[in-house]
Design a protein around this ligand. Structure first.
Ligand code: 5RP
Length: 233
């Protein structure tokens, strides 16, 4: 089975969690895109009444094109369930997110939800986070100074690595909020909570891609079937 087919399998399992009347958070990325597709199909087939808050402009456009009723966290500040992909997931359900540059809104939406369920193919499961470069959304003002403080935060947290400004189509990548992304190549993050605490203290960093204690469960699609982590009930 292709990786894309595995992503769709995981998304299909998460769509089965949806109940009539739910307020949903919609993630971003290729796996979340399958979820949005399958959700729209199920809503149509079963005439479900759902309202959804997207985590990016891309997901907003996709959901709107499929006729999914959309809301904002201002109108709907508490959600029942957010379903989103991840770049890495460990056994404790700690995540690295932000490969698509949407982790700021993804974290706000996930934290506004009673539960977050991750959908991913098995290649995202790791013993230790850090092989995937950690996305750091930063304010453009004072970038070099913020970068120095991030390097200090890495040292305080016992990790080391290079940061690279994310480039897309030959220009610095801009998030939906107009910020820049630094991708931190750390290799391993032995204590993600410790690193998150040090990063949280850096002014100029808007949000990092570590999601600790945010996801309640996960569907991981493997070649031999779906593996469940945590609580997906
Ligand atoms: C976007 C994200 C995505 O969830 C993450 O990059 C996974 O994407 P994909 O499902 O395409 O592998 O965090 O900011």
């Amino acid at each position: 089975m292709s990786l894309d087919a595995l992503k769709r399998e995981a998304a299909a399992r998460a769509v089965a969690l949806v109940r009539d009347g739910m307020k949903l958070g919609l993630g971003t990325g290729s796996t979340a895109k399958h979820f949005v597709d399958l959700l729209a199909a199920r809503m149509k087939a079963e005439n479900l009444s759902i309202v959804a808050v997207p985590t990016s402009e891309a997901t907003r456009a996709q959901a709107a094109s499929l006729g999914i009723p959309l809301s904002t966290l201002d109108e709907t500040p508490e959600l029942d369930l957010t379903v989103d992909g991840a770049d890495e997931i460990d056994a404790a359900l700690s995540l690295i997110k932000g490969g698509g540059g949407a982790h700021l809104r993804e974290k706000i939406v996930a934290l506004a939800s009673k539960r977050m369920v991750v959908i991913a193919d098995e290649t995202k499961a790791v013993a230790t986070l850090g092989r995937f470069p950690l996305p750091l959304e930063v304010i453009p003002f004072g970038l070099a100074a913020t970068q120095r403080n991030l390097t200090k935060a890495f040292a305080q947290a016992g990790v080391i690595g290079e940061m690279k400004l994310r480039i897309k189509d030959g220009a610095p990548f801009r998030t939906d909020s107009g910020n820049l992304i630094l991708d931190a190549h750390l290799g391993v993050i032995p204590d993600p909570a410790r690193l998150a605490a040090h990063l949280d203290a850096v002014t100029g960093l808007v949000e990092h891609g570590l999601f600790i204690g945010v996801a309640s469960g996960a569907f991981l699609a493997t070649a031999t079937g779906i593996k469940t982590l945590g609580n997906v009930a």
